[in-house]
Design a protein around this ligand. Structure first.
Ligand code: DX5
Ligand code: ZN
Length: 216
């Protein structure tokens, strides 16, 4: 069963509780939470106190995408705040292995993110131990960007590795996903689809979700 993980970045920040309730009513079980530090990416978004405030209001899986430098400094705090999955960018982690161990030790799922300019092979040595790999289909930093078709090849790389080596990680795609390209990413091997603007910046979020669900 494929999963839709709406990105909170495109929700209404003055009405997060309302938007989360709407997602739950529409059958959503994963919430993608984009954490940006203004350093790794040019934008600043959600931080630890927001995750902590949202934790008591929903049982959804919190998929925390750390777009930050020095992720190891903040992993404990995000775990404590309520993250279920913690992903970090493979190109900026000082010690990928140590970060994965840190996340696992906290009893959380760990994932590696491959930004648009990063080769998928960078994650190759860790595929056996990760729970998820995230292929960025835009340059990380902003919602509402255009899908980059070059991500399809990277997705296929991870799908092949998974099959050939009989591994079990999830393959997530993040950025520019809409009803027009979702089938292409699914057939390339994705099973967790992040969608921000095509869920929230629409006339009717519930309808957008049910249209997505039909494609999954
Ligand atoms: C981009 C973020 C994405 C973003 C997706 O850096 O990682 O999760 O919120 O938003 P859309 O679906 O609008 O591209
Ligand atoms: Zn993201």
């Amino acid at each position: 069963m494929n999963i839709l993980a709406p990105s909170l970045l495109s929700a209404n920040f003055a009405n997060l509780e309302r938007d989360i309730a709407l997602l739950e009513q529409s059958g959503i079980t994963y919430l993608h939470i984009d954490v940006m530090d203004g350093q790794l990416v040019p934008n600043i978004s959600i931080g630890i106190p927001v995750v902590e405030s949202l934790r008591p209001i929903t049982n959804m899986v919190f998929d925390c995408h750390l777009m930050i430098l020095h992720p190891s400094k903040y992993i404990d705090a995000f775990a404590k705040a309520g993250a279920d999955i913690i992903t970090f960018h493979v190109d900026v982690a000082e010690d990928i292995q140590q970060n994965l161990n840190q996340i696992k030790k906290l009893g959380k799922k760990a994932g590696l993110v491959i930004n648009a300019h990063i080769a998928p092979q960078t994650a190759q040595p860790y595929l056996q131990q990760i729970d998820m790999v995230t292929v960025m289909s835009v340059q990380a930093g902003f919602g509402g960007q255009k899908f980059m078709p070059s991500s399809l090849e990277k997705i296929a790389y991870f799908a092949n590795q998974k099959k050939e080596r009989n591994l079990s990680y999830d393959i997530q795609v993040d950025g520019g996903i809409n009803l027009q390209n979702v089938e292409a990413v699914l057939s390339a091997g994705v099973n967790v689809v992040v969608a921000g603007s095509s869920v929230f910046n629409t006339k009717d979020t519930a309808e957008a979700i049910s249209n997505f669900m039909r494609c999954l």
